[in-house]
Design a protein around this ligand. Structure first.
Ligand SMILES: NC(=O)C1=CN([C@@H]2O[C@H](COP(=O)(O)OP(=O)(O)OC[C@H]3O[C@@H](n4cnc5c(N)ncnc54)[C@H](OP(=O)(O)O)[C@@H]3O)[C@@H](O)[C@H]2O)C=CC1
Ligand SMILES: CC[C@](O)(C(C)=O)C(=O)O
Ligand SMILES: [Mg+2]
Ligand SMILES: [Mg+2]
Length: 330
């Protein structure tokens, strides 16, 4: 059984008197910086001068400076720029500004696990990873609640690295819900596996295949969109609240029978064998190597696949149909 930590296990005062630099003000950066500040901690945001994020962080009432300056000022440095730029940002702006006893924080272990960042031995290196997109992390904190998270220790120079990780998790609100102890390796490999095979890659391709099958058989694209994409949220919401059993309880018996008998023909032993291959490529570093090289080459494949995805008929019909639901437009 996983070890869980809550508010009463964490001592926020360990971070009092320390300056926390949050590098990046995107999905996680904006949420973590504001939650830490609202928890009474001393936060500075590190960004590129003149960027949109810089203006936004200032507008949200945060202190903002360059990444290098924030790193120089800080005792705790949380790297929340995109994974693929973290190595360069660390080497060019953070490394030379680290001092003995600093605490380096990540919300995803990719750059440590695949050795794109190799920190000096005289600092703590920890992971605090909310298991949620940043906007939900912020919203739940503001409502007095929190989202679950993970914590891990890569380097314990101070002998108190885990306590610092717990304090940080409390600062962003995660210990309100509960934090599970893991390792950088487990967090990184499971996160990559989940997003590739189920959450992002699996679901998006399942949706497109279902949509294409209906449209190619002559059904209206609008009907195919509602059936294969729109209604997915309603089904996922039920699973989110009460697991697969609650979803099956809520849908019709006809749907449940189809789920249980036809589902295994779609996601079958061959799918699971391919999942095992994907996991092996994550574990061996093959996936990481390809993604790092793709970025070094200027992302030719990423850009071409993203363009192709945006041009898929489901995106065109979806853009029109979502106008029927103005509450989605904000
Ligand atoms: N998205 C999520 O909800 C989750 C993310 N994570 C992890 O959190 C980390 C951050 O991810 P996420 O929040 O999605 O990242 P985002 O893509 O949302 O971060 C973008 C931010 O990084 C800034 N940035 C980009 N490049 C640079 C640079 N060279 N120098 C300075 N600032 C830069 C951008 O500023 P600018 O305006 O200048 O472009 C912007 O503020 C990753 O490790 C990710 O794996 C973990 C759990 C969930
Ligand atoms: C599911 C995608 C994710 O892993 C996340 C929001 O947790 C990510 O890398 O953005
Ligand atoms: Mg994730
Ligand atoms: Mg991820």
């Amino acid at each position: 059984m996983a070890k869980l930590y809550y508010d009463h296990d964490a001592d926020l005062s360990m971070l009092k008197g320390k300056k926390i630099a949050v590098m990046g003000y995107g999905s996680q950066g904006h949420a973590q910086a504001q939650n830490l500040k609202d928890s009474g901690l001393d936060v500075v945001v590190g960004l590129r001068k003149g960027s949109k994020s810089w203006d936004q962080a200032l507008a949200d009432g945060l202190e903002v400076t360059t990444v290098a300056e924030a790193a120089a000022q800080a005792d705790v440095i949380q790297i929340l720029v995109p994974d693929e730029v973290q190595g360069t940002v660390y080497q060019q702006e953070i490394a030379e500004n680290l001092k003995e006893g600093d605490i380096l924080v990540f919300s995803h272990g990719f750059n440590i696990v695949y050795s794109q960042i190799v920190p000096p031995e005289n600092i703590d290196v920890i992971l605090v990873a909310p298991k949620s997109p940043g906007h939900l992390l912020r919203r739940m904190y503001q409502q007095g609640m929190g989202v679950p998270g993970l914590l891990a220790v890569h380097q314990d120079y101070s002998g108190k690295a885990k306590d610092y990780a717990l304090a940080y998790a409390k600062g962003i609100g995660c210990t309100r819900a509960g934090v599970i102890e893991t390792t950088f390796k487990e967090e990184t490999e499971t996160d990559l596996f989940g997003e590739q095979t189920v959450l992002c890659g699996g679901v998006s391709h399942l949706i497109m295949a279902g949509f294409e099958t209906l449209v190619e058989a002559g059904y209206q694209p609008e009907i195919a969109y509602f059936e294969c994409l729109h209604e997915l949220k309603l089904i996922v919401d039920l699973m989110y609240e009460g697991g697969i059993s609650m979803m099956r309880y809520s849908v019709s018996d006809t749907a449940q029978w189809g789920d249980m008998t036809v589902g295994p023909r779609i996601i079958n032993e061959a799918t699971k064998q391919e999942m095992k291959k994907v996991l092996a490529e994550i574990q061996s570093g093959k996936f990481a190597k390809e993604w790092i090289l793709e970025n070094r080459a200027g992302r030719p494949m990423f850009n071409s696949l993203a363009k192709k995805g945006k041009e898929h008929p489901i995106e065109k019909v979806g853009a029109e149909l979502r106008k029927m639901m103005p509450w989605l437009q904000k």
